[in-house]
Ligand binder design. Structure first.
Ligand SMILES: Cc1ncc(C[n+]2csc(CCOP(=O)(O)OP(=O)(O)O)c2C)c(N)n1
Ligand SMILES: [Mg+2]
Length: 352
């Protein structure tokens, strides 16, 4: 049974000999490859004017995949914008993830028959999703659900009041909450050392009286161990955990950014040596759990799945403009009602 060492960075990839979970790790590897293929395609779609501004998950594949694999159906997921893998594993089809980044809100209507139907959509204002996650965790606790809430954010988000307020209530109310921080070393152009003077992000748990764990965010088996532990603890009423997953943002901040203007090429080059997919592949190959033939077949499969998702996304008729007024109010105010009618008429609805 895994027990975390306080504030030591937990790693597992280099000591997998006694691993009883090869099947889970190869499944995780496949998921990470799939999401990287998707991510590359999404950037290309943006570059060719077919997607809006997009936040790449390059380098965050292990973190988000571990989240999706460790969550149980009855748990809740409160994401931030690099968690495409978790959303996919919770049941959001890839084409819907593209819809969201294409500016189409229908991408946030997660399928009702999947675990994702319990989850929140992305939240653009940094860290504001965290108090909402604490709210869901409070409800889960008060109604005695056997469920945990996993909420994620970036290192920059940990400077916001919402983050501290969330940890505070999580501690004092013993909430079934896990906050996982993707510490990718950068918040747009702000590096970690300008972000906080705290010894680590995990140490920020101390003041809230909850457990803080550090884990290598490029190490899928380590992440799975930490999340299994923290989510299980939450489900059994044993309190909240702050997980700091240390990774590196291998992409620009978003497609609207050019990171070469503020960070050294040598730093990026070094970070690529530790990226999560190649490391896991090497471990699987060493253990004879994966080979070149499987790799070729899987990569082809990933391309096919992603091509299908892109086709479905591009084939969807655009949202009608009147949609922007729907789902805002239980009863639309009269002034907006008139605007809605005008929009509908312009769309060619004679009965509007
Ligand atoms: C309240 C708020 N302030 C500023 C922004 C602009 N903004 C978008 S992403 C970002 C940086 C976030 O960095 P981090 O939390 O480290 O996440 P990362 O993008 O590195 O994954 C900022 C400042 C915002 N979206 N919301
Ligand atoms: Mg960051």
């Amino acid at each position: 049974m895994f027990m975390p060492e306080p504030y030591q960075i937990h790693q597992r990839l280099d000591a997998l000999a006694d691993c009883p979970h090869w099947q889970r790790l190869t499944e995780g590897y496949r998921n990470m490859q799939l999401i990287r293929t998707f991510d590359k395609k999404a950037v290309n779609l943006q570059r060719t004017g077919q997607l809006g501004t997009y936040a790449s998950c390059l380098g965050a594949e292990a973190i988000a995949t571990a989240g999706g694999m460790a969550l149980a159906r009855e748990d809740y997921f409160v994401p931030y914008y690099r968690d495409h893998a978790t959303q996919y594993l919770r049941g959001v089809p890839l084409y819907q993830i593209l819809q969201y980044w294409g500016g189409d809100e229908r991408g946030n209507a997660f399928p009702a028959d999947t675990p994702a139907s319990r989850d929140l959509p992305n939240c653009v204002p940094i860290a504001t999703q965290l108090p909402q996650a604490a709210g869901i965790a409070t409800k889960a606790k008060l109604t005695h659900e056997h469920a945990a809430v996993l909420a994620t954010c970036g290192d920059g988000a940990t400077s916001r009041g919402d983050f501290y307020e969330t940890l505070n209530v999580a501690g004092v109310w013993q909430l079934p909450l896990v906050v996982m921080v993707n510490n990718n070393q950068w918040a747009i152009s702000v590096p970690g050392q300008l972000q906080t003077a705290s010894r680590s992000i995990a140490h920020k748990a101390e003041a809230a009286g909850i457990e803080g764990i550090r884990v290598d965010g490029n190490d899928l088996p380590a992440l799975l161990e930490v999340l299994d532990y923290a989510l299980d603890k939450a489900r059994h009423g044993k309190g909240a955990t702050l997980v700091e997953a240390i990774s590196y943002r291998l992409s620009d901040h978003t497609t609207a950014d050019d990171a070469s203007r503020y960070r050294k090429a040598s730093e990026l080059h070094t970070a690529w040596q530790h990226e999560p997919i190649a490391r896991l592949r090497q471990a699987l190959v060493n253990a004879r759990q994966w080979d070149a033939e499987q790799e070729t077949l899987w990569q082809q499969h990933c391309r096919d799945v992603v091509d299908d998702a892109v086709k479905t996304y591009l084939e969807h008729p655009p949202q009608v403009p009147a949609d922007m007024l729907d789902h805002l109010y239980a009863t639309l105010p009269a002034s907006l009602g008139r605007q809605r009618k005008t929009l509908s008429r312009q769309q060619g609805d004679p009965h509007a």
